[in-house]
Design a protein around this ligand. Sequence first.
Ligand code: NAD
Ligand code: DAU
Length: 339
Amino acid sequence: MKILVTGAAGFIGSNFVYQQLADHPEDQIVALDLLTYAGNLKNLDGCKDNRQFSFVKMDIRDREAIYSLFEKERFDLVVNFAAESHVDRSIEDPEIFLQTNIIGTSVLMDASLKYGVKRFHQVSTDEVYGDLPLERKDLFFTEETPLHTSSPYSSSKASADLLVGAYHRTYGLDTTISRCSNNYGPYQFPEKLIPLMIHNAEHDIPLPVYGKGLNVRDWLHVSDHCRAIDLIMRNGRTGEVYNVGGHNERANIEVVKTILKQLGKDESLITYVTDRKGHDLRYAIDPKKLESELGWQPQYTFDTGIKETIEWYQQHRGWVEEITSGDYMQYYEKMYGNR
Ligand code: NAD
Ligand code: DAU
């Protein structure tokens, strides 16, 4: 099979490319990315000499370029990771989220229809379901939970999901959607909670915890997410949505304290800052459909995964330092300077 992976130089996309090359040596992978602030070609350094792999720098919103790529390559399968992915940035400036996450997805689906792609897989998020109350530990997101978004980011992702459903029903495009909970692991951009807290703790910079730190996220190691996508895009039923999560709920403050403890740093580094606007309280995924239909099970517990992840960031300080110099410093000052 020839597979197009968009957003391949980002966090999850790059992990996915490595996993595909290792697990499916019979397939060809074309990795596409615009290389925005979040895309880093160094994330794909380890596969640049692999004959199964090629890279193209392209914008998923650029219809002409996308059409000529699809005409030339005749993909069997498209998996769309490309997105603006950070909630705080979407609150500052929603426009690019609508352009990339909605329009970009529709361009890819138009191309898929025009050039006979056999399956289009959309990588979505549990944030499309909104949030759950903190005190109702018995409630989980299922695939039937209504879409009820909070941020411009989650609204753009939900809009894309609705479009995917429309292309399936109206034009007969073969589609699947995965909705995963929070990922962590190697190559995550340090604007996100876990790598940001590791970086700050290592440099004795205050750790900015939003509100009281009681919001709950359901953490999944990126490799478990990638294995789920692999199963869904190859074996999932057409037109279906699959939730992905491993029952690893943690309050943010617990995650931050775990990081400080492993790094041998003092909790006095924790600084409570102004809460995120519209901050979702709790995410929790019910993954039963994925487990029973496709036999997926997570391989990581949070305790093992976070330990390994902290070690990865310690061993890849150069990767982090390169990103956290320059533009990142301006971003950090803008978002956290007066918080
Ligand atoms: P990321 O921000 O690390 O990577 C996104 C990639 O998309 C970057 O490499 C960026 O350069 C690329 N991109 C952005 N705009 C583009 C465009 N117009 N054309 C081509 N490429 C473009 O994000 P991530 O955390 O790896 O997330 C990947 C996908 O998974 C997203 O769709 C996100 O919504 C979804 N998701 C993420 C999580 C999570 O916890 N990180 C959880 C569930 C779902
Ligand atoms: O649930 C899946 C989603 O998870 C993905 O769709 C998004 O792309 C991904 O960014 C992530 O969204 P979150 O908003 O949950 O992730 P983030 O790492 O930004 O924040 C996690 C929690 O930590 C959230 O409750 C906000 C809090 N937080 C975050 C940052 C960056 C802090 O307290 N301080 C911070 O500095």
